[in-house]
Design a binder for this molecule. Structure first.
Ligand code: XIL
Length: 359
């Protein structure tokens, strides 16, 4: 799946040939002078040349369907080659009642992705948030909770089999100190719930890549050390795990200096790394200076992924500031994404572009 990483001179030749009508990528006869034009080359094309993929989360909020919907969907489909449903595959969305599954919302996102030749990243099977009340306010025992987990994972993974290339099987199971977070699943089932989830997902789909996803694991520290130990342990015991997702919900100038080394140590275990939910929140109102620093932060993350073979994907958590979870979640912060409220590209877009272009 991974493309050989190419030097920019080759990229320029291919891109220019394509732009001149040589869409088959055959060598152009004219001397090649790489002309880098944001309107000619979508991010996804540059990412492909860089040997990674670039994705965005998407939610069927008003910008998906409202008066801005066509602009929103056009940018999403044009610039990104991977779509992560921001909410539509979460437990409360797909499994709203004990014996009811609802897939129409998520299916429509999968259909959009297919129409736009985008791969779909499944998010997320087992998490402590966005759980339905039938689950959390019921009085279930350990065996029932195990059965609920197995039933849920089996049903959801089976439904999307062949349509999703990677699943966040377990999301945010760790505390910042590296211990296991108290969740419905831990509290009912015990620590085995994590490996049960991975084994069950593998049984339901032998081909999909299975990821553990979390935040504050981007740099070295107690949380990522604990994750590293867990992955090593799983691999040694034959628990199926193919990758880790670094969410990368970053604050301005908060890119961990150890990001590259941390990616490298997970990759050295023989698994993949995805940057799964990248955004860089800045104090609002933002300034030219803060947006310039933000752009550098985006550049650093994308470059770290490209530089570490085994980091396959950078996904931003939405792509416009208006459709971001940040303002409502982190009061005083916003403007976290590469496009602004009115779909104008920000310096962060340009810096992602440059990083993908090897500059
Ligand atoms: C967030 C969504 O962006 C919001 O729309 C929703 O209200 C709450 O969840 N980590 C995750 C994501 O794994 O699923 C979260 O997404 C953000 C934090």
């Amino acid at each position: 799946m991974r493309l050989r990483r190419q030097r920019w001179s080759t990229i320029g030749a291919i891109a220019l040939a394509a732009a001149c009508g040589g869409a088959d990528g055959k060598a152009a006869t004219a001397p090649v002078v790489p002309v880098i034009d944001a309107d000619t080359f979508p991010l996804r094309a540059l990412a492909q040349q860089a040997g990674i993929r670039i994705g965005s989360a998407g939610d069927r909020g008003f910008r998906w369907t409202g008066s801005d919907g066509s602009t929103f969907r056009a940018i999403l489909g044009r610039e990104f080659s991977v779509l992560t449903p921001e909410n539509d595959m979460k437990f409360d969305h797909v499994h709203p009642a004990q014996n009811t599954y609802y897939f129409a919302g998520a299916d429509s996102l999968v259909a959009f992705a297919q129409q736009n030749q985008m791969a779909v990243r499944g998010h997320t099977l087992v998490w402590h948030q966005q759980l339905p009340t039938w689950l959390t306010s019921g009085s279930f025992g350990a065996d029932e909770a195990s059965q609920q987990l197995i039933d849920h994972v089996t049903t959801v993974v089976s439904h999307f089999k062949g349509k999703i290339f990677a699943w966040d099987v377990v999301n945010e199971a760790l505390n910042d100190d590296g211990s296991l977070r108290s969740t419905y699943w831990l509290d009912h089932i015990g620590r085995a719930y994590i490996e049960i989830a991975f084994r069950t997902a593998r049984a339901a789909d032998p081909d999909v890549a299975l990821f553990y996803n979390d935040y504050n694991v981007e740099g070295m520290g107690p949380k990522s050390d604990s994750l590293y130990t867990m992955v090593k342990n799983f691999l040694a015991r034959g628990i199926p795990i193919n990758g880790v997702g670094f969410q990368a919900h970053l604050t301005l100038n908060g890119v961990p200096p150890t990001l590259g080394a941390n990616i490298a140590r997970f990759v050295a275990l023989g698994i993949k790394v995805h940057i799964t939910e990248l955004d860089v929140r800045v104090p609002v109102p933002s300034t030219n200076a803060s947006l310039t620093s933000q752009a550098q932060n985006y550049h650093d993350v994308v470059a770290a992924c490209i530089q570490n073979r085994g980091c396959e994907l950078v996904t931003t958590w939405g792509f416009t500031d208006k459709d971001s979870w940040v303002p409502s979640t982190f009061p005083g912060f916003g403007d976290a994404l590469p496009w602004d409220n009115v779909f104008q590209r920000k310096p962060a877009y340009r810096s992602i572009y440059n990083a993908l272009a090897g500059r």
